[in-house]
Design a protein around this ligand. Structure first.
Ligand code: FAD
Length: 489
């Protein structure tokens, strides 16, 4: 059933826009049925509730162009939306009902996969798992994956410069996007799909659109770089004493091979939370260790060293250098999956322990060991009774830093009163360590005010200047990334 508070009525500007579109888009493109719109008005975490009277779901670049031109003519804001898995309320329309949702999900064709060139052209609405399957069918791989892969779309992944678990070797979306087709707010089409290795025509619109969170243009398709398919993989679980030892292990691995794709760090209390949360879960190592590392290595060519043998060799060296206390290599694919399940279940397991505030942050890789210990201690001292710890992509200098409420504190009180103060405190620590308050998820509406609070005037001036230049009427995804400008700025 639809939440009655979420309904919105079509205002005169929106009516004018829809009338203008009547002859230029197909009958399925304009959705006004409130029941069909309702699921797309709330963000994935259920923190933000928006309102929108209309959901537009074009199935071609030409339709997106008509929609943007009509929106500009009638000054109607649009909220681009893909799979709606944003962790920062990035794709949720504003609560005042002023904007329409522009869903790209019907643009879901993989236009081409060129296995020889290692390139795929996918429309914005292609779901990540479908892109994986299309690449695999041609013997290649799209080497980015994340927990929301069954819903997240190419347009959303590009617009948030998404990361995931293979960034160590393959980089974020920015490194995987070779070209972009996008519609600008006035309806003009930027046809930049050609994968040019060299292109020095001044400002790079592709780079501006990657990570722009739908505030500068609507991505309709992208040319994406593919990697060779994985022929074999091995996953190791390593017990280490402290984050500094894990960093030493990372540097050892990086110095010896490029075949390692993931290097994930977890404190023992995160593992304990998962073991308590998941039925049938077993600890990979028999003894207790302060911290745990998951390493995945792959072979992508027949002549590559067998990943299990490679990891064995690296772990021998790690023991010699006293970086590892104990280690095991998954003996089967099922065990490898079980190791990953332990890693991937941390967020859910920690949520089950009580209300917690989560921070997606990065600091320089070498600063991470100190940051993890110092920030956890600082949080516990400043907010007695809380529990703080970080886990995640050590190789990327990116962890999810969680601060759990003291026992007995209700979720309502924690989120309303304590969490914002905790978040400001954690973000101050991150900035002091030279880091970023958003490593993967973007800014959306959740971190917008913190971005403004913690960024230099120079950074904010550039962000506002770029926004004003590309979207002078402030119509694309208003209130995300930057505070909403007054009409016509
Ligand atoms: P949406 O949520 O629909 O939109 C995200 C942003 O992109 C919004 O600002 C929206 O306006 C804009 N946008 C969407 N489509 C377009 C378009 N075609 N043109 C212009 N703008 C557009 N993220 C990571 O980086 N790494 C992770 O490991 C990770 N793990 C996750 C795990 C889970 C369980 C969940 C729920 C989310 C996770 N995320 C992660 C966050 C999320 O999946 C990514 O941000 C993803 O890129 C969003 O894709 P989407 O299609 O759902 O985009």
């Amino acid at each position: 059933m639809m939440n009655p508070d979420a309904s919105a009525t079509i205002d005169p500007s929106q009516r004018g826009m829809l009338d203008a579109l009547a002859t230029s888009v197909g009958p399925r493109t304009i959705v006004t049925d409130a029941e069909l719109i309702a699921p797309w008005l709330t963000d994935w975490r259920g923190r933000y509730q928006g309102r929108a009277a209309v959901l537009l779901q074009p199935d071609s670049t030409a339709e997106v162009s008509s929609i943007c031109a009509a929106a500009t003519a009638h000054r109607v804001p649009l909220v681009p939306q893909g799979g709606n898995t944003s962790m920062v309320g990035g794709a949720t329309p504003p609560a005042d009902g002023s904007a329409l949702i522009l869903s790209l999900r019907r643009m879901n064709r993989v236009r081409s996969v060129d296995a020889v060139a290692g390139l795929a052209v996918a429309e914005a609405g292609v779901i990540l798992t479908d892109l994986h399957a299309a690449a695999l069918a041609k013997g290649r791989r799209f080497p980015l994956t994340l927990g929301a892969r069954g819903s997240a779309t190419v347009g959303g992944l590009v617009s948030t410069n998404a990361g995931g678990t293979q960034v160590l070797r393959h980089g974020t979306m920015r490194g995987l996007v070779a070209g972009i087709e996008a519609v600008l707010p006035d309806g003009s089409v930027h046809d930049g799909l050609a994968a040019l290795k060299k292109d020095n025509r001044g400002y790079d619109l592709k780079e501006l659109l990657v990570g722009a969170e739908g505030t500068l243009g609507v991505i309709t398709a992208a040319t994406l770089r593919l990697a060779p398919a994985v022929l074999d993989r091995a996953v190791a679980w390593v017990g280490v004493e402290a984050p500094a030892a894990a960093l030493g292990l990372l540097r050892l691995v990086e110095g010896r091979t490029e075949a390692v794709e993931s290097f994930e760090l977890m404190p023992d209390d995160s593992l304990a939370a998962v073991l308590a949360h998941l039925r049938d879960a077993r600890t990979p190592l028999s003894g207790r260790h302060g911290w745990h590392v998951l390493i995945e290595a792959v072979a992508t060519a027949p002549e590559d060293e067998q990943p299990a043998r490679l990891l064995e060799r690296l772990l021998v060296e790690a023991f010699e250098q006293e970086l590892a206390q104990d280690a095991t290599i998954a003996a089967s694919e099922a065990q490898a999956e079980a190791f990953w399940t332990l890693r991937d279940s941390i967020s859910a397991a920690e949520r089950a322990q009580g209300p917690a505030t989560q921070h997606d942050i990065s600091v320089p890789v070498d600063a991470m060991p100190d940051f993890l210990l110092d920030a956890a201690a600082a949080c516990k001292a400043r907010f007695p009774g809380t529990h703080a710890s970080g886990f995640g992509h050590l190789g990327d200098g990116n962890v999810h830093f969680h601060v759990r409420a003291p026992g007995g504190v209700s979720a309502e009180r924690w989120y309303a009163d304590e969490a914002p103060i905790v978040t400001r405190f954690v973000h101050d620590l991150v900035v002091a360590a030279g880091g970023s308050i958003s490593a993967e998820h973007g800014i959306g509406q959740m971190k917008r005010d913190e971005l403004a609070r913690l960024s230099s005037p120079a950074r904010m001036a550039v962000l506002r200047g770029v926004k004003g230049a590309l979207d002078p009427h402030g119509l694309l995804n208003p209130g995300k990334l930057l505070a909403r400008a007054s009409p016509d700025q």
